[in-house]
Design a protein around this ligand. Structure first.
Ligand code: NAD
Length: 446
């Protein structure tokens, strides 16, 4: 008997995600966010009948850019920063995705967020591909002048790899409209003088005075509320009467809280990096916004009681909106959650194991690429306004956003029935259908 034939590992059947991992020599790590994301997407790719070459194209980003750059700190010393820009796929249009400033930014996380952008843009049908960037730093510990210098040096370091019709960054965790203003200014100053006026399109999420769109600030929260209005009735929940909790009260969580309470829903609990609060009679989202602006977090808000994180997850509600960081809902939190629906405002807030526990417990999960696509949709509106030198009214932005979000939600519902799967897989199926068609139409050069 030939030993090598009995001991050689059996190659995985070619349709399984593991076969693509093996072929691309990716050693699967279950805790790796990029691996988790690609695995879920490959399952959807199989369901819609994507061809093998299409699967291996989407399983890796086209470009991974890593830079190191020195920045002068206020005390006179120079610190070296690490930054990333990952360009996942541009089959549908220029790369698009935010820039994150956070101490835990890593290449694999940025890769994962870039893939999700490809999926999101396709699902809401905006003509962009997917990208993401980040700088490993703690913006809370930097002075405003240091933050400005980090932004300008990062923009300089990647300026040859981005462009208004090639790769268009935006704000994400730890970055905001002011940072986009510094970024746009730096990019413009580095462009030839005769073409400078138009180059502020290189970023979206700019202040309105510098070419930003009205409604960009609230766009992700508004888009999430638009999705909920489309999806909650079939789950037997009245949005005007529901009770909900939020993880995170920054841009996404804060706007979602204010918009839902304006519709009559009751916010009963919030968890953020400063603690958890609860008031079953309802938390005034406007007053909490003031408190967070003054103190930096929800902790210490005196119109609600302070509770433990476990008690927060156990609150009995119709809806929980995670709107903070990735991977917060593990099997432990999933086992505690006492909500009928989890609507993912944050990117990848649920681990695959957490997902499985929620599904077993009958909790409906509305996936991030649907729920938080409002941000990139209004970013697209900003880019269109800049390109055509026009300005849209707030009403037009709201109306167009609502149209994109409702149609995307309906695409997910259709895919759920067509492919007999859960909403997360269905959202990937609906997003991949368009990418598959494009690769079939254009083929692979040469
Ligand atoms: P943000 O920086 O404005 O707010 C982040 C929130 O997370 C804060 O309230 C913070 O207190 C909370 N937080 C941080 N660490 C925490 C912890 N350990 N436990 C509990 N809460 C914690 O960020 P944002 O723009 O609101 O983004 C939130 C999420 O939404 C991210 O996943 C981001 O990628 C995603 N997202 C944002 C947009 C957008 O337009 N801002 C668009 C799409 C997706």
């Amino acid at each position: 008997m030939n030993d090598s034939t009995t001991t050689a590992p059996h190659p995985s059947p070619p349709h399984l995600p593991s076969a693509v991992f093996e072929e691309l020599e990716i050693v699967r790590d279950p805790a790796n966010l990029f691996h988790q994301t690609i695995e879920q997407i490959l399952i959807a790719a199989e369901l819609i009948g994507m061809r093998h070459h299409q699967k291996i194209i989407i399983a890796q980003p086209k470009n991974e850019i890593m830079v190191h750059f020195p920045v002068l700190m206020d005390d006179g010393h120079h610190a070296l920063f690490k930054g990333y820009r990952v360009q996942h796929n541009n089959a549908l249009g220029p790369y698009k995705g935010g820039i994150r400033f956070h101490p835990h930014v890593s290449l694999d996380d940025v890769k994962s967020l870039a893939v999700l952008m490809t999926m999101k843009c396709s699902l809401v049908k905006v003509p962009f591909g997917g990208g993401k960037g980040g700088v490993k730093c703690n913006p809370r510990e930097l002075s405003s002048e240091e933050l400005k210098r980090v932004t300008r040096r990062f923009c300089t370091a990647i300026s040859n790899q981005i462009g208004p019709d090639y790769d268009i960054p935006a704000p994400d965790v730890g970055t905001n409209a002011q940072i986009m203003a510094w970024f746009a200014d730096t990019y413009q100053l580095m462009s030839p003088e005769h073409s400078r006026q138009d180059t502020h399109r290189v970023v979206t999420g700019k202040p309105v005075e510098m070419g930003g769109s009205v409604g960009r600030d609230k766009a992700t929260g508004q888009g999430l509320v638009d999705v909920l209005q489309e999806m909650l009735p079939e789950l037997g929940i009245d949005i005007h009467k529901c009770k909900f909790t939020l993880i995170g009260f920054g841009n996404v969580g804060g706007w979602t809280g204010r918009l839902l309470t304006e519709l009559g829903a009751t916010l009963v609990g919030v968890l953020d990096h400063t603690g958890a609060i609860h008031n079953d009679r309802g938390i005034d989202a406007e007053a909490l916004t003031e408190h967070v602006a003054q103190t930096g977090g929800v902790g210490g808000y005196d119109e609600a009681e302070s509770i433990s994180t476990d008690d927060f997850y156990g609150l009995h509600v119709d809806l929980l909106v995670p709107a903070a960081l990735e991977q917060m809902i593990t099997p432990k939190e999933a086992g505690l959650i006492n909500a009928k629906v989890v609507a993912e405002g944050a990117n990848a807030p649920t681990t695959p194991e957490g997902d499985a526990v929620l599904m077993q417990r009958g909790v409906e999960i509305l996936p991030a690429i649907l729920c938080n696509a409002g941000g990139v949709t209004v970013s697209y509106f900003e880019w269109v306004q800049n390109k055509s030198s026009t300005t849209w009214s707030a009403e037009k932005v709201d109306e167009e956003l609502n149209r994109h979000m409702v149609l995307a939600a309906r695409r997910v519902k259709v895919a759920r029935v067509k492919y007999e799967c859960d909403s997360r897989t269905a959202s990937y199926c609906a997003a991949l259908e368009q990418i598959k068609k494009v690769y079939e139409l254009r083929g692979v050069f040469p």
